[in-house]
Write a protein that binds this ligand. Structure first.
Ligand code: ADP
Ligand code: MN
Ligand code: MN
Ligand code: MN
Ligand code: MN
Length: 364
């Protein structure tokens, strides 16, 4: 625990409201540029004023930042470029103000090491005719400022897992305010959020984004993470995407990735699903390398996971690498669920490798 962050310093939100309610000049728009930093997991953002409302990312200027402060460049040659790639409505500043997802490029216009979007977009373009859809189940854990899960007894543990999954009640659902605020903010911003639920470990939650086609899955999931971090920040709560935040008999956090192509969604699509599974099986290790850091602490073969060292698939099997949902088995078409990605994965890297393996038929 870092004592510097166990403080309770807070500003008065009622005072803030007076200023947020000030009218904004008609010819001014605030645009918050958001990017993935050198960790490949954390987000950074900074805001600028535009003279008119952008309708597409192409209307937005490239910008730059100090990459030596984000683990993305040397101090002597520190400028990193920001390329706007997707625009959303800003649920914090409202009006015509925007949130802008960006890619990062080095001084020589090569993508930075943590820019996984460029390769992803190339794969999505190549597989465009197959209409790849993704549904991402983002799990996360709320933490108090001292790093201990939100609402857990200090210096101790809550009752064992059991009552918390989809739980209701003061001692079952820890942090629901943040979950509900985030849901509304996602809808407002234009994120295709499809649901939310409390998870098996108390203070752990999930929301789903999708189905989204192609590159939008990664764009929307990253933007939804930004919204979650910002909203939790307002409540003085931390969000952890650690795949196993508490060791022992507490569930880890994943980012199950549901996937389908047009062929899988059509009658007898189960044949395309089976073929996809055999392609995934042949590239298990390559996929695992793309599925998030520390995932070996989560994929133990316990707590509704498969072992990181083994590939297996099954209908309705939550201990499998790949699960075919029960309904999909009955309908003989639909989608598959890749249960391996960790909560801290980069969805650009995950959706990229899935499309390359299944649609573009890449092999090791
Ligand atoms: P689980 O039963 O594993 O908890 P969820 O309901 O949490 O599943 O998430 C399933 C996700 O899959 C949702 O985001 C949903 O929109 C998405 N999904 C549904 N149909 C498809 C499809 N054909 N292709 C890809 N994703 C899909
Ligand atoms: Mn400065
Ligand atoms: Mn789910
Ligand atoms: Mn879940
Ligand atoms: Mn799932």
């Amino acid at each position: 625990m870092n004592p510097a962050f166990s403080n309770t310093a807070a500003t008065d939100k009622a005072v803030l409201r007076r200023y947020l309610d000030l009218p904004q000049p008609d010819d001014k728009v605030m645009a918050t540029y958001i990017w993935i930093d050198g960790t490949g997991e954390n987000l950074r953002a900074k805001t600028r004023t535009l003279d008119q409302e952008p309708k597409s990312p192409k209307e937005l200027p490239w910008w730059n930042f100090d990459g030596s402060s984000t683990g993305q460049a040397e101090g002597s040659n520190s400028d990193i470029y920001l390329k706007p790639v997707a625009i959303y409505k800003d649920p914090f500043m409202l009006g015509r103000n925007k949130l802008v997802m960006c890619e990062t490029y080095k001084y020589n216009k090569e993508p930075t090491a943590t820019n996984k979007r460029l390769s992803c977009e190339e794969a999505m373009n190549a597989a465009h005719s197959e209409h790849p859809w993704f549904g991402l189940e983002q799990e996360y854990t709320l933490l108090d400022r001292d790093g201990w899960p939100f609402g857990w007894p200090k210096g101790g543990f809550p009752h064992p897992q059991g009552p918390y999954y989809c739980g209701v009640g003061a001692c079952q659902a820890l942090g629901r305010d943040i979950v509900e605020a985030h849901y509304k903010a996602c809808l407002y911003a234009g994120i295709n959020i499809s649901g939310t639920n409390a998870e098996v470990m108390p203070a752990q939650w999930e929301y789903q984004v999708g189905p989204c086609e192609g590159i939008e899955a990664g764009d929307q999931l990253w933007l939804s993470r930004y919204l979650l971090l910002r909203i939790a920040e307002e409540f003085g709560v931390q969000v952890s995407f650690n795949p196993k935040p508490i060791p022992g008999d507490w569930n880890g956090a994943g980012c199950h990735t549901n996937f389908s192509t047009l062929a899988m969604r059509e009658p007898n699509g189960i044949e395309a699903i089976d073929e996809a599974i055999s392609r995934l099986k042949a590239r298990h290790k390559t996929h695992i390398a793309m599925y998030g850091k520390g995932n070996e602490r989560r994929l133990t073969g316990r707590h509704e996971t498969a072992s990181i060292n083994q590939f297996n698939a099954g209908i309705a099997n939550r201990g499998a690498s790949i699960r075919i949902p029960r309904q999909v088995g009955e309908d003989k078409c639909g989608y598959l669920e890749d249960r391996r990605p960790a909560s801290n994965c980069d969805p650009y890297a995950v959706t990229d490798i899935i499309v390359r393996t299944i649609c573009l038929k890449e092999k090791d």
